[in-house]
Design a protein around this ligand. Structure first.
Ligand code: GUN
Length: 288
């Protein structure tokens, strides 16, 4: 049976350290890190994610300012808000929850955020920095996944990592981080041939496809470490529940270690957002 990687406990430990650091910033530098969280529209999952992010901020002593805009918001209106937040020195981080409604071009929005305040790490300058190994603000889900892998496995050098999914938010930055850590990296996706065989070669298998239980148990190499990034809401036996991109019950039989859903990657994503917000605040004040 696999070790279950406790993302919730790991995130709590990380957040306790951050809370200490924030206290110190307040007492020694009169600095309270501040994040602006922007939600456009009423997507139910996004509302839950934003609520969880704001709650964590409160626990840690990070100031959060929430901006809830209607589904009919124009791109111009959203860009005006971002411009105001860019120019507000008391705001250290800006997060626009994705997806945004279809009348808005998400790339235009992401790249309008000051790269120094881009705590999601999605701005093209932060993406470029990551790709040449000069990490600035790194996307939260891949960063949290990497921390769990390093905690579990120590040095990742020479391991074969297979990342299933090629999104800008998870798959591509995850692959870059693993490459920086001397893994041999394969990026697989919906057009990959013999996906099962490719997965079976992985010492590290990262599932980020957004399809419930897509990765089968017998695609997992015995002893492999499995990171399940998926958060899929399904109806089962008349009940709504969250499942990952991996068939957990079957994969657990073969994996050496595996993250559960919920309680794996999700809490680490939020903890890393807090980490990025503190980092952005310190950088803006010449403290690192
Ligand atoms: N939607 C799904 N994941 C994310 C994320 O990490 N950041 C933002 N801003 N939106 C998301």
């Amino acid at each position: 049976m696999a070790t279950i990687i406790d993302g919730k406990a790991f995130a709590n430990t990380l957040c306790e350290k951050l809370a200490q650091e924030i206290k110190q910033l307040q007492t020694e530098h009169s600095l309270t890190p501040c994040i602006a969280v922007v939600l456009v529209g009423e997507d139910p999952a996004s509302q839950v994610y934003v609520r969880n992010k704001v709650k964590r901020c409160e626990e840690l002593g990070i100031e959060s300012r929430e901006y809830r805009l209607s589904n009919a918001t124009s791109q111009t209106e959203l860009l005006e808000l971002i411009n105001d937040l860019n120019n507000d020195a008391s705001v250290n981080g800006i997060l626009v929850q994705l997806p945004v409604p279809e009348q808005i071009d998400d790339a235009a929005v992401i790249n309008a955020i000051s790269s120094a305040k881009d705590v999601d790490g999605f701005h093209i300058e932060n993406v470029g920095a990551l790709s040449i190994g000069e990490n600035q603000l790194v996307p939260c889900t891949p960063l949290g996944s990497l921390m769990m892998l390093q905690d579990q496995l120590g040095d990742l050098s020479g391991m074969h990592a297979v990342v299933v999914g090629r999104s800008n938010i998870v798959g591509k930055p995850m692959a870059n981080l693993l490459l920086q850590n001397n893994c041999t990296v394969t990026i697989a996706h919906s057009k990959t041939r013999n996906l099962d065989e490719v997965c079976r070669q992985a010492d590290i298998l990262v599932a980020a496809v957004g399809r419930p239980r897509f990765i089968q148990g017998d695609w997992v190499k015995p002893g492999a470490t499995v990171i399940d990034v998926g958060i899929n809401r399904i109806e089962e036996a008349g009940k709504s529940r969250l499942v990952g991109d991996v068939d957990f019950a079957a994969a657990e039989e073969r994996a050496g270690a595996i993250t559960p859903v919920p309680g794996g990657v999700g809490p680490m994503t939020i903890a890393c957002l807090m980490h990025n917000t503190v980092r952005a605040a310190k950088q803006q004040h010449g403290l690192m």
